[in-house]
Design a protein around this ligand. Structure first.
Ligand SMILES: Cc1cc2nc3c(=O)[nH]c(=O)nc-3n(C[C@H](O)[C@H](O)[C@H](O)COP(=O)(O)OP(=O)(O)OC[C@H]3O[C@@H](n4cnc5c(N)ncnc54)[C@H](O)[C@@H]3O)c2cc1C
Ligand SMILES: NC(=O)c1ccc[n+]([C@@H]2O[C@H](COP(=O)([O-])OP(=O)(O)OC[C@H]3O[C@@H](n4cnc5c(N)ncnc54)[C@H](O)[C@@H]3O)[C@@H](O)[C@H]2O)c1
Length: 452
Protein backbone atom coordinates (compact mmCIF):
# COMPACT_ATOMS: atom_id res chain seq x y z
CA UNK A 1 0.00 0.00 0.00
CA UNK A 2 1.56 3.36 -1.02
CA UNK A 3 2.39 5.64 1.86
CA UNK A 4 2.02 9.42 1.49
CA UNK A 5 1.84 12.34 3.92
CA UNK A 6 -1.70 13.54 3.30
CA UNK A 7 -4.84 12.46 1.44
CA UNK A 8 -7.55 15.04 0.73
CA UNK A 9 -10.96 13.55 -0.12
CA UNK A 10 -13.15 16.08 -1.91
CA UNK A 11 -11.68 19.18 -3.45
CA UNK A 12 -14.13 21.96 -2.81
CA UNK A 13 -12.53 25.41 -2.59
CA UNK A 14 -10.97 24.59 0.81
CA UNK A 15 -9.77 21.08 -0.06
CA UNK A 16 -8.21 22.27 -3.31
CA UNK A 17 -6.41 25.13 -1.53
CA UNK A 18 -5.22 22.84 1.25
CA UNK A 19 -3.89 20.18 -1.12
CA UNK A 20 -2.10 22.92 -3.04
CA UNK A 21 -0.59 24.49 0.05
CA UNK A 22 0.53 21.19 1.61
CA UNK A 23 2.07 20.00 -1.67
CA UNK A 24 3.81 23.37 -2.16
CA UNK A 25 5.22 22.99 1.37
CA UNK A 26 6.82 19.73 0.29
CA UNK A 27 4.36 17.13 1.62
CA UNK A 28 3.44 14.11 -0.49
CA UNK A 29 -0.22 14.81 -1.18
CA UNK A 30 -2.96 12.82 -2.91
CA UNK A 31 -6.15 14.70 -3.81
CA UNK A 32 -9.26 12.65 -4.60
CA UNK A 33 -12.18 14.22 -6.45
CA UNK A 34 -15.20 12.36 -7.77
CA UNK A 35 -16.36 15.16 -10.07
CA UNK A 36 -14.60 18.47 -10.66
CA UNK A 37 -11.59 19.86 -8.79
CA UNK A 38 -12.80 23.09 -7.18
CA UNK A 39 -16.20 21.73 -6.16
CA UNK A 40 -19.61 23.35 -6.31
CA UNK A 41 -18.55 27.01 -6.15
CA UNK A 42 -16.76 27.47 -9.50
CA UNK A 43 -18.92 25.13 -11.58
CA UNK A 44 -22.46 25.15 -10.14
CA UNK A 45 -22.52 27.68 -7.31
CA UNK A 46 -21.05 31.11 -6.62
CA UNK A 47 -19.36 31.86 -9.91
CA UNK A 48 -21.91 30.84 -12.57
CA UNK A 49 -24.79 32.21 -10.50
CA UNK A 50 -23.06 35.55 -10.03
CA UNK A 51 -22.44 35.71 -13.78
CA UNK A 52 -26.20 35.21 -14.19
CA UNK A 53 -26.94 37.84 -11.53
CA UNK A 54 -24.70 40.35 -13.30
CA UNK A 55 -26.72 39.97 -16.51
CA UNK A 56 -30.02 40.37 -14.70
CA UNK A 57 -28.72 43.43 -12.81
CA UNK A 58 -27.83 45.10 -16.12
CA UNK A 59 -31.39 44.50 -17.30
CA UNK A 60 -32.76 46.06 -14.11
CA UNK A 61 -30.49 49.07 -14.47
CA UNK A 62 -31.55 49.54 -18.08
CA UNK A 63 -35.17 49.60 -16.90
CA UNK A 64 -34.24 52.34 -14.43
CA UNK A 65 -32.42 54.36 -17.06
CA UNK A 66 -35.51 56.24 -18.28
CA UNK A 67 -35.79 57.93 -14.90
CA UNK A 68 -32.08 58.74 -14.74
CA UNK A 69 -30.49 59.27 -18.10
CA UNK A 70 -32.84 58.71 -20.99
CA UNK A 71 -34.55 55.80 -22.62
CA UNK A 72 -32.65 52.70 -23.64
CA UNK A 73 -34.03 49.76 -25.52
CA UNK A 74 -32.53 46.51 -24.40
CA UNK A 75 -33.84 43.23 -25.75
CA UNK A 76 -33.12 40.61 -23.07
CA UNK A 77 -31.18 37.67 -24.42
CA UNK A 78 -29.98 34.65 -22.49
CA UNK A 79 -27.20 33.91 -25.01
CA UNK A 80 -24.57 36.25 -23.49
CA UNK A 81 -25.33 34.83 -20.05
CA UNK A 82 -25.03 31.23 -21.20
CA UNK A 83 -21.82 32.08 -23.05
CA UNK A 84 -20.25 33.78 -20.02
CA UNK A 85 -21.26 30.90 -17.74
CA UNK A 86 -19.74 28.44 -20.17
CA UNK A 87 -16.50 30.51 -20.25
CA UNK A 88 -16.42 30.88 -16.47
CA UNK A 89 -16.74 27.13 -15.94
CA UNK A 90 -14.49 26.25 -18.92
CA UNK A 91 -17.49 24.21 -20.05
CA UNK A 92 -17.42 22.30 -16.77
CA UNK A 93 -13.83 21.21 -17.33
CA UNK A 94 -11.36 21.19 -14.43
CA UNK A 95 -8.12 20.62 -16.40
CA UNK A 96 -6.64 23.95 -15.29
CA UNK A 97 -7.34 23.23 -11.62
CA UNK A 98 -5.93 19.71 -11.91
CA UNK A 99 -2.77 21.04 -13.57
CA UNK A 100 -2.38 23.67 -10.84
CA UNK A 101 -2.41 20.92 -8.22
CA UNK A 102 -0.09 18.68 -10.20
CA UNK A 103 2.32 21.58 -10.76
CA UNK A 104 2.39 22.04 -6.98
CA UNK A 105 3.43 18.38 -6.68
CA UNK A 106 0.15 16.69 -5.71
CA UNK A 107 -1.17 13.47 -7.23
CA UNK A 108 -4.77 13.96 -8.38
CA UNK A 109 -7.19 11.07 -8.72
CA UNK A 110 -10.58 11.52 -10.31
CA UNK A 111 -12.33 8.87 -8.24
CA UNK A 112 -14.41 8.24 -5.13
CA UNK A 113 -12.52 8.26 -1.84
CA UNK A 114 -13.53 6.66 1.42
CA UNK A 115 -11.88 6.07 4.77
CA UNK A 116 -10.85 2.51 5.56
CA UNK A 117 -9.69 2.91 9.13
CA UNK A 118 -7.46 5.55 10.74
CA UNK A 119 -5.16 7.26 8.21
CA UNK A 120 -6.20 4.81 5.49
CA UNK A 121 -8.08 5.71 2.30
CA UNK A 122 -9.40 3.59 -0.54
CA UNK A 123 -10.01 5.30 -3.89
CA UNK A 124 -12.35 3.75 -6.46
CA UNK A 125 -11.23 4.87 -9.91
CA UNK A 126 -13.59 5.40 -12.88
CA UNK A 127 -12.68 1.95 -14.31
CA UNK A 128 -13.78 0.29 -11.05
CA UNK A 129 -10.26 -0.53 -9.87
CA UNK A 130 -9.16 0.49 -6.39
CA UNK A 131 -6.04 2.08 -5.00
CA UNK A 132 -5.40 2.31 -1.26
CA UNK A 133 -3.18 4.77 0.61
CA UNK A 134 -1.81 5.13 4.09
CA UNK A 135 -1.46 8.79 5.08
CA UNK A 136 1.32 9.48 7.61
CA UNK A 137 -0.02 12.87 8.75
CA UNK A 138 -3.63 12.05 8.04
CA UNK A 139 -6.70 12.65 5.92
CA UNK A 140 -8.68 15.82 5.17
CA UNK A 141 -12.35 15.49 4.29
CA UNK A 142 -13.92 18.26 2.17
CA UNK A 143 -16.84 16.45 0.52
CA UNK A 144 -19.39 19.29 0.46
CA UNK A 145 -23.10 18.88 -0.05
CA UNK A 146 -25.59 17.94 -2.75
CA UNK A 147 -29.06 19.38 -3.40
CA UNK A 148 -31.64 17.93 -1.00
CA UNK A 149 -34.63 16.24 -2.61
CA UNK A 150 -37.65 16.98 -0.42
CA UNK A 151 -39.81 13.92 0.21
CA UNK A 152 -42.67 15.10 -2.02
CA UNK A 153 -45.13 12.77 -3.76
CA UNK A 154 -44.20 12.33 -7.42
CA UNK A 155 -41.05 14.53 -7.35
CA UNK A 156 -38.41 11.82 -7.73
CA UNK A 157 -37.81 10.87 -11.34
CA UNK A 158 -39.24 14.07 -12.84
CA UNK A 159 -36.85 16.32 -14.79
CA UNK A 160 -36.86 19.02 -12.12
CA UNK A 161 -33.92 21.42 -11.97
CA UNK A 162 -31.47 21.89 -9.15
CA UNK A 163 -28.83 24.64 -9.19
CA UNK A 164 -26.71 22.30 -11.31
CA UNK A 165 -29.26 22.34 -14.13
CA UNK A 166 -30.20 26.00 -13.74
CA UNK A 167 -26.64 27.18 -14.37
CA UNK A 168 -26.56 25.06 -17.55
CA UNK A 169 -29.81 26.59 -18.88
CA UNK A 170 -29.58 27.47 -22.56
CA UNK A 171 -32.86 29.37 -22.60
CA UNK A 172 -35.30 30.98 -20.19
CA UNK A 173 -38.45 29.01 -19.39
CA UNK A 174 -41.77 30.79 -19.91
CA UNK A 175 -42.92 29.75 -16.45
CA UNK A 176 -40.84 28.66 -13.48
CA UNK A 177 -41.75 27.53 -9.97
CA UNK A 178 -38.92 27.84 -7.48
CA UNK A 179 -39.25 25.68 -4.40
CA UNK A 180 -37.28 27.22 -1.55
CA UNK A 181 -36.84 30.86 -0.65
CA UNK A 182 -33.28 30.58 0.68
CA UNK A 183 -30.23 32.13 -1.04
CA UNK A 184 -30.35 29.72 -3.99
CA UNK A 185 -34.08 30.17 -4.61
CA UNK A 186 -34.01 33.96 -4.22
CA UNK A 187 -30.98 34.62 -6.43
CA UNK A 188 -32.18 32.37 -9.23
CA UNK A 189 -35.86 33.41 -9.03
CA UNK A 190 -34.93 37.04 -9.61
CA UNK A 191 -32.51 36.22 -12.43
CA UNK A 192 -35.03 34.19 -14.42
CA UNK A 193 -37.86 36.64 -13.72
CA UNK A 194 -35.81 39.57 -15.00
CA UNK A 195 -35.07 37.60 -18.16
CA UNK A 196 -38.78 37.14 -18.76
CA UNK A 197 -39.90 33.98 -16.95
CA UNK A 198 -43.13 34.15 -14.95
CA UNK A 199 -41.79 33.02 -11.58
CA UNK A 200 -43.50 31.76 -8.43
CA UNK A 201 -41.47 31.14 -5.28
CA UNK A 202 -42.90 28.51 -2.92
CA UNK A 203 -41.29 29.00 0.48
CA UNK A 204 -42.02 26.69 3.39
CA UNK A 205 -40.85 29.19 6.01
CA UNK A 206 -42.98 32.24 6.73
CA UNK A 207 -40.53 34.57 4.96
CA UNK A 208 -37.79 34.65 2.35
CA UNK A 209 -34.19 34.32 3.60
CA UNK A 210 -35.38 33.11 6.96
CA UNK A 211 -31.90 33.20 8.51
CA UNK A 212 -31.58 36.96 7.88
CA UNK A 213 -33.29 39.78 9.77
CA UNK A 214 -37.09 39.87 9.22
CA UNK A 215 -36.84 43.47 7.99
CA UNK A 216 -34.54 42.25 5.21
CA UNK A 217 -36.97 39.49 4.24
CA UNK A 218 -39.89 41.94 4.12
CA UNK A 219 -37.99 44.41 1.93
CA UNK A 220 -36.84 41.71 -0.48
CA UNK A 221 -40.37 40.32 -0.77
CA UNK A 222 -41.67 43.83 -1.60
CA UNK A 223 -39.09 44.14 -4.39
CA UNK A 224 -39.88 40.66 -5.73
CA UNK A 225 -43.60 41.35 -5.82
CA UNK A 226 -43.05 44.71 -7.51
CA UNK A 227 -40.94 42.97 -10.16
CA UNK A 228 -43.79 40.52 -10.81
CA UNK A 229 -42.53 37.50 -8.85
CA UNK A 230 -45.29 35.67 -7.01
CA UNK A 231 -44.13 34.84 -3.48
CA UNK A 232 -46.00 32.16 -1.54
CA UNK A 233 -44.60 31.96 1.97
CA UNK A 234 -45.71 29.44 4.61
CA UNK A 235 -46.42 27.15 1.70
CA UNK A 236 -45.05 23.70 1.01
CA UNK A 237 -44.81 21.62 -2.10
CA UNK A 238 -47.05 18.58 -1.54
CA UNK A 239 -47.26 16.79 -4.90
CA UNK A 240 -45.65 16.84 -8.33
CA UNK A 241 -46.81 15.48 -11.67
CA UNK A 242 -44.95 15.84 -14.96
CA UNK A 243 -46.53 15.28 -18.36
CA UNK A 244 -46.29 16.74 -21.87
CA UNK A 245 -43.32 18.95 -21.01
CA UNK A 246 -44.93 20.61 -18.03
CA UNK A 247 -45.22 20.34 -14.25
CA UNK A 248 -48.42 20.36 -12.21
CA UNK A 249 -47.69 21.11 -8.58
CA UNK A 250 -49.94 20.71 -5.58
CA UNK A 251 -49.23 22.88 -2.54
CA UNK A 252 -50.00 22.09 1.09
CA UNK A 253 -52.83 24.69 1.16
CA UNK A 254 -54.62 23.10 -1.81
CA UNK A 255 -53.31 25.55 -4.46
CA UNK A 256 -52.37 24.06 -7.84
CA UNK A 257 -49.59 25.59 -9.96
CA UNK A 258 -48.44 24.70 -13.45
CA UNK A 259 -45.01 25.48 -14.88
CA UNK A 260 -42.67 24.64 -17.71
CA UNK A 261 -39.81 24.23 -15.24
CA UNK A 262 -39.50 23.40 -11.57
CA UNK A 263 -36.37 24.48 -9.69
CA UNK A 264 -35.78 22.91 -6.29
CA UNK A 265 -33.51 24.91 -3.98
CA UNK A 266 -34.75 23.49 -0.71
CA UNK A 267 -31.52 23.03 1.22
CA UNK A 268 -28.57 20.66 0.94
CA UNK A 269 -27.54 17.20 2.15
CA UNK A 270 -24.00 16.66 3.46
CA UNK A 271 -21.93 14.16 1.45
CA UNK A 272 -20.92 12.29 4.59
CA UNK A 273 -22.97 9.12 4.12
CA UNK A 274 -20.57 7.03 2.02
CA UNK A 275 -17.21 8.24 3.31
CA UNK A 276 -16.44 5.25 5.58
CA UNK A 277 -16.65 7.41 8.71
CA UNK A 278 -17.78 4.37 10.69
CA UNK A 279 -14.34 2.82 10.04
CA UNK A 280 -12.81 5.51 12.28
CA UNK A 281 -15.57 5.33 14.90
CA UNK A 282 -17.52 8.39 13.73
CA UNK A 283 -21.25 8.75 13.11
CA UNK A 284 -21.87 10.35 9.66
CA UNK A 285 -24.94 12.13 11.09
CA UNK A 286 -22.96 14.05 13.70
CA UNK A 287 -19.28 14.64 13.05
CA UNK A 288 -17.82 16.96 15.67
CA UNK A 289 -14.95 19.22 14.65
CA UNK A 290 -12.71 21.18 17.04
CA UNK A 291 -11.21 24.65 16.61
CA UNK A 292 -8.31 23.19 14.56
CA UNK A 293 -10.81 21.43 12.27
CA UNK A 294 -9.81 18.08 13.77
CA UNK A 295 -12.51 15.38 13.85
CA UNK A 296 -10.16 12.71 15.21
CA UNK A 297 -6.54 11.67 15.30
CA UNK A 298 -5.09 12.44 11.86
CA UNK A 299 -8.47 13.49 10.51
CA UNK A 300 -9.59 17.01 9.56
CA UNK A 301 -13.03 18.02 8.25
CA UNK A 302 -13.56 21.34 6.45
CA UNK A 303 -16.18 23.15 4.37
CA UNK A 304 -19.97 23.00 4.37
CA UNK A 305 -20.05 19.68 6.27
CA UNK A 306 -18.14 21.20 9.20
CA UNK A 307 -21.44 22.74 10.27
CA UNK A 308 -20.71 26.46 10.63
CA UNK A 309 -22.34 27.68 7.43
CA UNK A 310 -22.14 26.81 3.76
CA UNK A 311 -19.99 29.50 2.17
CA UNK A 312 -16.85 29.45 0.07
CA UNK A 313 -15.14 31.94 2.35
CA UNK A 314 -15.71 29.58 5.31
CA UNK A 315 -14.34 26.61 3.39
CA UNK A 316 -11.22 28.66 2.58
CA UNK A 317 -10.92 29.95 6.17
CA UNK A 318 -11.18 26.45 7.62
CA UNK A 319 -8.72 25.21 4.99
CA UNK A 320 -6.14 27.70 6.25
CA UNK A 321 -6.78 26.71 9.88
CA UNK A 322 -6.39 22.98 9.10
CA UNK A 323 -3.31 23.62 6.91
CA UNK A 324 -1.56 25.39 9.79
CA UNK A 325 -2.33 22.44 12.08
CA UNK A 326 -1.10 19.90 9.52
CA UNK A 327 2.07 21.86 8.73
CA UNK A 328 2.78 22.65 12.39
CA UNK A 329 2.55 26.41 11.84
CA UNK A 330 1.54 28.97 14.46
CA UNK A 331 -1.65 30.93 13.90
CA UNK A 332 -5.19 31.54 15.04
CA UNK A 333 -7.69 28.69 15.41
CA UNK A 334 -11.25 28.84 14.07
CA UNK A 335 -13.68 31.39 15.50
CA UNK A 336 -17.19 31.97 14.21
CA UNK A 337 -18.52 35.12 15.89
CA UNK A 338 -18.14 37.23 12.72
CA UNK A 339 -19.10 35.02 9.77
CA UNK A 340 -20.35 37.25 6.93
CA UNK A 341 -22.62 36.33 4.04
CA UNK A 342 -24.17 38.07 1.06
CA UNK A 343 -27.13 36.92 -0.99
CA UNK A 344 -26.70 38.50 -4.41
CA UNK A 345 -30.24 39.55 -5.08
CA UNK A 346 -30.91 43.17 -6.05
CA UNK A 347 -30.88 44.65 -3.45
CA UNK A 348 -28.12 42.51 -1.96
CA UNK A 349 -28.91 41.07 1.46
CA UNK A 350 -25.80 40.84 3.62
CA UNK A 351 -25.27 39.93 7.22
CA UNK A 352 -22.59 39.24 9.79
CA UNK A 353 -22.64 37.70 13.25
CA UNK A 354 -25.93 37.40 15.10
CA UNK A 355 -29.37 38.57 14.11
CA UNK A 356 -31.35 40.44 16.75
CA UNK A 357 -33.39 37.29 17.49
CA UNK A 358 -30.31 35.05 17.73
CA UNK A 359 -28.64 37.52 20.08
CA UNK A 360 -31.72 37.63 22.32
CA UNK A 361 -31.85 33.80 22.30
CA UNK A 362 -28.29 33.82 23.64
CA UNK A 363 -29.42 35.97 26.55
CA UNK A 364 -27.53 39.05 25.35
CA UNK A 365 -28.82 42.43 26.54
CA UNK A 366 -29.59 43.65 23.04
CA UNK A 367 -29.88 47.17 21.67
CA UNK A 368 -30.69 47.65 17.96
CA UNK A 369 -30.37 50.56 15.59
CA UNK A 370 -31.74 50.82 12.07
CA UNK A 371 -31.75 53.23 9.19
CA UNK A 372 -33.38 53.47 5.78
CA UNK A 373 -30.76 53.44 3.01
CA UNK A 374 -33.03 55.04 0.41
CA UNK A 375 -33.51 58.04 2.74
CA UNK A 376 -29.76 58.66 3.01
CA UNK A 377 -28.12 61.34 0.83
CA UNK A 378 -26.57 58.67 -1.36
CA UNK A 379 -29.90 56.83 -1.57
CA UNK A 380 -31.52 60.05 -2.80
CA UNK A 381 -28.87 60.74 -5.44
CA UNK A 382 -28.89 57.08 -6.53
CA UNK A 383 -32.62 57.22 -7.20
CA UNK A 384 -34.48 54.10 -8.31
CA UNK A 385 -32.99 50.86 -7.00
CA UNK A 386 -31.76 52.37 -3.73
CA UNK A 387 -34.12 50.46 -1.45
CA UNK A 388 -32.29 49.16 1.55
CA UNK A 389 -31.62 49.28 5.23
CA UNK A 390 -28.84 48.93 7.74
CA UNK A 391 -29.55 47.27 11.08
CA UNK A 392 -26.97 46.92 13.82
CA UNK A 393 -27.22 44.71 16.89
CA UNK A 394 -25.28 45.78 19.98
CA UNK A 395 -24.46 43.90 23.14
CA UNK A 396 -25.45 46.74 25.46
CA UNK A 397 -23.43 45.21 28.29
CA UNK A 398 -20.09 45.29 26.49
CA UNK A 399 -20.85 48.13 24.08
CA UNK A 400 -19.80 46.21 20.96
CA UNK A 401 -21.72 45.11 17.88
CA UNK A 402 -22.50 41.38 17.77
CA UNK A 403 -24.30 41.48 14.44
CA UNK A 404 -25.34 43.61 11.50
CA UNK A 405 -27.49 43.37 8.40
CA UNK A 406 -27.22 45.47 5.26
CA UNK A 407 -29.75 45.43 2.45
CA UNK A 408 -29.08 47.60 -0.55
CA UNK A 409 -27.09 48.18 -3.69
CA UNK A 410 -23.58 46.89 -2.92
CA UNK A 411 -24.93 45.61 0.43
CA UNK A 412 -22.14 43.03 0.59
CA UNK A 413 -19.52 45.76 0.17
CA UNK A 414 -21.12 48.10 2.73
CA UNK A 415 -21.08 45.15 5.13
CA UNK A 416 -17.28 44.99 5.15
CA UNK A 417 -16.75 47.67 7.77
CA UNK A 418 -19.40 46.08 9.99
CA UNK A 419 -17.71 42.69 9.59
CA UNK A 420 -14.50 44.28 10.85
CA UNK A 421 -16.38 45.90 13.75
CA UNK A 422 -17.93 42.58 14.84
CA UNK A 423 -14.75 40.58 14.20
CA UNK A 424 -12.44 42.93 16.11
CA UNK A 425 -15.06 43.80 18.74
CA UNK A 426 -14.54 47.51 18.09
CA UNK A 427 -16.45 49.54 20.70
CA UNK A 428 -19.55 51.32 19.37
CA UNK A 429 -18.11 54.50 20.91
CA UNK A 430 -15.09 54.18 18.59
CA UNK A 431 -17.31 53.52 15.56
CA UNK A 432 -19.32 56.63 16.42
CA UNK A 433 -16.16 58.76 16.59
CA UNK A 434 -15.16 57.85 13.00
CA UNK A 435 -15.54 60.12 9.97
CA UNK A 436 -17.76 58.65 7.22
CA UNK A 437 -17.23 60.00 3.69
CA UNK A 438 -20.17 61.97 2.28
CA UNK A 439 -22.32 60.96 0.42
CA UNK A 440 -21.48 57.25 0.46
CA UNK A 441 -23.85 54.39 1.18
CA UNK A 442 -21.64 53.30 4.07
CA UNK A 443 -22.20 56.67 5.71
CA UNK A 444 -25.64 55.33 6.63
CA UNK A 445 -23.84 53.06 9.14
CA UNK A 446 -23.36 56.22 11.24
CA UNK A 447 -27.14 56.79 11.22
CA UNK A 448 -27.82 53.17 12.25
CA UNK A 449 -25.34 53.56 15.12
CA UNK A 450 -27.00 56.84 16.15
CA UNK A 451 -30.30 54.95 16.38
CA UNK A 452 -28.95 52.45 18.96
C1 LIG B 1 -26.23 27.84 -6.38
C2 LIG B 1 -25.23 28.12 -5.30
C3 LIG B 1 -24.73 29.40 -5.16
C4 LIG B 1 -23.78 29.66 -4.18
N1 LIG B 1 -23.31 30.94 -4.06
C5 LIG B 1 -22.39 31.21 -3.10
C6 LIG B 1 -21.84 32.52 -2.97
O1 LIG B 1 -22.18 33.44 -3.72
N2 LIG B 1 -20.92 32.74 -2.01
C7 LIG B 1 -20.51 31.75 -1.16
O2 LIG B 1 -19.66 32.01 -0.30
N3 LIG B 1 -21.02 30.51 -1.26
C8 LIG B 1 -21.93 30.21 -2.20
N4 LIG B 1 -22.42 28.94 -2.32
C9 LIG B 1 -21.93 27.89 -1.40
C10 LIG B 1 -20.56 27.36 -1.88
O3 LIG B 1 -20.68 26.84 -3.19
C11 LIG B 1 -20.02 26.28 -0.95
O4 LIG B 1 -20.08 26.73 0.37
C12 LIG B 1 -18.59 26.02 -1.36
O5 LIG B 1 -18.55 25.34 -2.58
C13 LIG B 1 -17.78 25.28 -0.30
O6 LIG B 1 -18.15 23.96 -0.24
P1 LIG B 1 -17.20 22.81 0.29
O7 LIG B 1 -15.81 23.29 0.45
O8 LIG B 1 -17.83 22.21 1.48
O9 LIG B 1 -17.21 21.73 -0.88
P2 LIG B 1 -17.89 21.65 -2.31
O10 LIG B 1 -17.65 22.88 -3.09
O11 LIG B 1 -19.27 21.17 -2.14
O12 LIG B 1 -17.01 20.50 -2.98
C14 LIG B 1 -16.90 19.20 -2.45
C15 LIG B 1 -16.28 18.31 -3.48
O13 LIG B 1 -16.07 17.02 -2.91
C16 LIG B 1 -16.33 16.03 -3.90
N5 LIG B 1 -16.61 14.78 -3.20
C17 LIG B 1 -17.63 14.50 -2.34
N6 LIG B 1 -17.52 13.24 -1.86
C18 LIG B 1 -16.41 12.72 -2.42
C19 LIG B 1 -15.76 11.46 -2.31
N7 LIG B 1 -16.23 10.48 -1.52
N8 LIG B 1 -14.65 11.24 -3.04
C20 LIG B 1 -14.15 12.20 -3.86
N9 LIG B 1 -14.72 13.42 -3.98
C21 LIG B 1 -15.82 13.68 -3.27
C22 LIG B 1 -17.50 16.60 -4.69
O14 LIG B 1 -17.53 16.03 -5.98
C23 LIG B 1 -17.16 18.10 -4.71
O15 LIG B 1 -16.43 18.46 -5.86
C24 LIG B 1 -23.35 28.63 -3.30
C25 LIG B 1 -23.85 27.33 -3.46
C26 LIG B 1 -24.77 27.08 -4.44
C27 LIG B 1 -25.28 25.67 -4.59
N1 LIG C 1 -24.79 34.08 -1.99
C1 LIG C 1 -24.49 33.06 -1.21
O1 LIG C 1 -23.64 33.14 -0.32
C2 LIG C 1 -25.18 31.76 -1.42
C3 LIG C 1 -26.02 31.55 -2.51
C4 LIG C 1 -26.63 30.32 -2.65
C5 LIG C 1 -26.39 29.33 -1.72
N2 LIG C 1 -25.58 29.57 -0.67
C6 LIG C 1 -25.35 28.55 0.38
O2 LIG C 1 -26.00 27.35 0.03
C7 LIG C 1 -26.88 26.96 1.08
C8 LIG C 1 -28.06 26.25 0.53
O3 LIG C 1 -28.98 27.15 -0.07
P1 LIG C 1 -30.53 26.86 -0.17
O4 LIG C 1 -31.18 28.12 -0.63
O5 LIG C 1 -30.80 25.59 -0.89
O6 LIG C 1 -30.88 26.43 1.28
P2 LIG C 1 -31.54 27.06 2.58
O7 LIG C 1 -31.59 25.93 3.51
O8 LIG C 1 -30.85 28.28 3.00
O9 LIG C 1 -33.00 27.47 2.11
C9 LIG C 1 -33.92 26.54 1.66
C10 LIG C 1 -35.31 27.04 1.91
O10 LIG C 1 -36.19 26.09 1.32
C11 LIG C 1 -37.34 25.99 2.10
N3 LIG C 1 -37.91 24.65 1.89
C12 LIG C 1 -37.40 23.46 2.28
N4 LIG C 1 -38.21 22.44 1.89
C13 LIG C 1 -39.26 23.01 1.24
C14 LIG C 1 -40.44 22.51 0.60
N5 LIG C 1 -40.68 21.20 0.54
N6 LIG C 1 -41.31 23.39 0.06
C15 LIG C 1 -41.05 24.72 0.11
N7 LIG C 1 -39.95 25.25 0.69
C16 LIG C 1 -39.07 24.42 1.24
C17 LIG C 1 -36.89 26.26 3.53
O11 LIG C 1 -37.93 26.90 4.25
C18 LIG C 1 -35.68 27.17 3.36
O12 LIG C 1 -35.95 28.52 3.67
C19 LIG C 1 -27.22 28.26 1.77
O13 LIG C 1 -27.59 28.06 3.11
C20 LIG C 1 -25.95 29.06 1.67
O14 LIG C 1 -25.13 28.78 2.76
C21 LIG C 1 -24.97 30.77 -0.51
Amino acid sequence: MPEVDLVVIGTGPGGEALANRAASAGLEVVAVEKHLVGGECPYYGCIPTKVMVRGSDVLAESRRAGELAGDVTLEPSWSPVARRVSEATADWDDSVAVKRLEDAGAVVHHGVGRLDGPRRVVVTLPDGSEVAYTARRGVVLNPGTRPAEPPVDGLAGTPYWTNRDAVRATSVPATLVVVGGGPIGCELAQVFARFGARVTVVQHADRLLERDEPEASALLEQVFVREGIRVLTGSELASVAYADGGFTLGLSDGTTLTAERLLVGAGRRPNLDDLGLESVGLDPRSVGVDERMRAGDGLWVIGDVAGHGAFTHLSMYQSAVAARDILGEEGPTAEYHAVPHTTFTDPEVAGVGLTEAAARDQGIDVRVGQTDLAASSRGYTHGPGAEGLIKVVEDAGSGVLVGACVVGPYGGEILSMLTLAVHARIPVATLRSMIYAYPTFHRAVESALADL
